[in-house]
Design a protein around this ligand. Structure first.
Ligand SMILES: Cc1cc2nc3c(=O)[nH]c(=O)nc-3n(C[C@H](O)[C@H](O)[C@H](O)COP(=O)(O)O)c2cc1C
Length: 413
């Protein structure tokens, strides 16, 4: 059983969160994705908040993922007929209503009793692709069966050391109509997510895949990822390609050399991502890796039939457009959809998608483009991009209290 608002043993903090939840603003008062985050921070069970919001170590990469977008500016064109805007596009051969997708995240039931089904329902209503995670808290078959007819689903795979298990898993994905296999390659071990590690009550509430061998003493993240095969390497790709006809993409590429290798090994694409800053802290923002990667892929002729996606820190329509201008085929979002579903269920997910679409539409109009294929490097100024600076004023999330029960009374520190 997972921790939900209904069954959480009451502590004063959780009680307050529950009261906040009941008094949360109406969806009509939500104007952007940050609003969902604000509501979630104050209302969802703290175990869910800590697991969803945490980054690794000092959360530098997590914040840089979004901050990096602030160093890119637009060069809009004017006097263009922008009365009609079409932001639909094709991702891995499927037509979709907008150039973003719901990225794979685990443990949806921590935040909402219906877990990942909220993402399926909200995504289905808006014709947005859902990437289902290996660690989803609802069984895969149930999520696949819940999709509406025209909806596209992808699957994020953590390679299990038991290859026979992986093989039957992949065969089932094919049977269930999954249209893309994203193998996560940035998690040979779980990141050091301290906010999550300090979460209490994990043992009695969370069942994790992989059985009793899992280490349950260090938060949801470690408990969930301890079965992942750390021996995964490039030669395994040949085996995976031999057992499936699904498009194979590597999720977690963080430098141009590995992007080139993925193309040379015959992958259909990659996701440039650092796992939302949850793995190696100080790994660079995906948008930075994109800027480095696309020219090299083009120069080597490897950009044909090879789709490059990014995720991490995308919160605005302008972030989406910047990524597309710089060569991404599409972008993924993780936390914003978790916050939306935990607070408002499927309607929250729908609203989050609508808000992002609205921002994309109005920003395209103001940029002077009418369709996705018109976006390109000429619309962005990246001349100051590489003056990267790390925010050192606050090492942690403002609400993160390292010790929830401070042992030092009257400390002057
Ligand atoms: C709570 C949470 C769980 C996640 N679980 C997984 C996972 O099981 N597998 C995976 O490949 N990525 C996982 N991710 C990473 C996301 O797929 C995505 O890369 C990341 O969330 C993008 O960053 P954003 O949250 O800033 O949008 C997770 C992210 C979060 C926030």
């Amino acid at each position: 059983m997972s921790l939900t608002k209904e069954n959480d043993p009451t502590t004063p903090e959780e009680e307050q969160r529950l009261i906040n939840f009941k008094n949360k603003p109406d969806l009509t008062q939500i104007y952007n994705l940050y609003d969902f985050e604000y509501v979630a921070r104050n209302t969802i069970p703290s175990t869910a908040w800590n697991f969803y919001s945490t980054g690794a170590d000092d959360e530098i990469s997590m914040r840089e993922n979004h901050a990096a977008f602030h160093r890119i500016f637009f060069k809009p064109r004017v006097m263009v007929d922008v009365s009609r805007i079409d932001y639909s596009t094709t991702l891995l051969g499927t037509r979709t209503s907008a150039p973003f997708y719901i990225s794979a995240t685990g443990f949806g039931k921590l935040g909402h009793p219906d877990g990942e089904l909220n993402l399926t329902k909200g995504g289905g209503k808006e014709n947005i692709i859902q990437m289902i995670g290996t660690l989803a808290s609802i069984p895969f078959d149930e999520i696949a069966d819940a999709r509406v007819e025209s909806q596209t689903q992808w699957y994020q795979l953590y390679m299990n050391a038991d290859r026979e298990l992986t093989k039957s898993q992949i065969q089932n994905l094919e049977k269930k109509g999954i249209r893309g296999l994203f193998i996560t390659v940035d998690a040979p071990q779980g990141g050091n997510r301290e906010k999550d590690m300090r979460s209490k009550k994990i043992d009695q509430h969370i069942s994790v895949k992989g059985g009793e061998k899992n280490d349950r003493s260090h938060g949801v993240s470690v408990a969930a990822t301890s079965y992942i095969d750390p021996s995964l390497n490039w030669s395994d790709l040949l085996w995976i390609k031999s057992i499936t006809s699904l498009p194979i993409l590597l999720k977690g590429i963080q430098c141009v050399e590995d992007a080139v290798l993925a193309a040379q090994y015959g992958c259909q694409g990659i996701v440039l991502t650092n796992h939302g800053g949850r793995q190696l802290d100080f790994s660079r923002a995906p948008i930075e890796v994109l800027i480095e990667t696309m020219p090299v892929l083009r120069e080597k002729g490897l950009d044909v039939n090879f789709e490059v996606y990014i995720d991490g820190g995308i919160r605005r329509g302008t972030d989406v457009l910047k990524a597309l201008c710089l060569g991404a085929k599409g972008v993924g979002l993780g936390r914003p959809f978790l916050y939306a579903m935990s607070t408002y269920g499927p309607e929250g997910v729908e609203k989050a998608i609508q808000l992002l679409k609205k921002e994309i539409e109005s920003s395209m109009r103001l940029l002077g483009v009418t369709s996705i294929d018109q976006l390109g490097p000429k619309y962005v100024d990246i001349s100051s991009f590489h003056s990267r600076s790390v925010p050192a004023d606050k090492l942690y999330d403002k609400v993160y209290q390292p010790l929830t029960n401070p042992p030092f009374k009257n400390s002057k520190l």
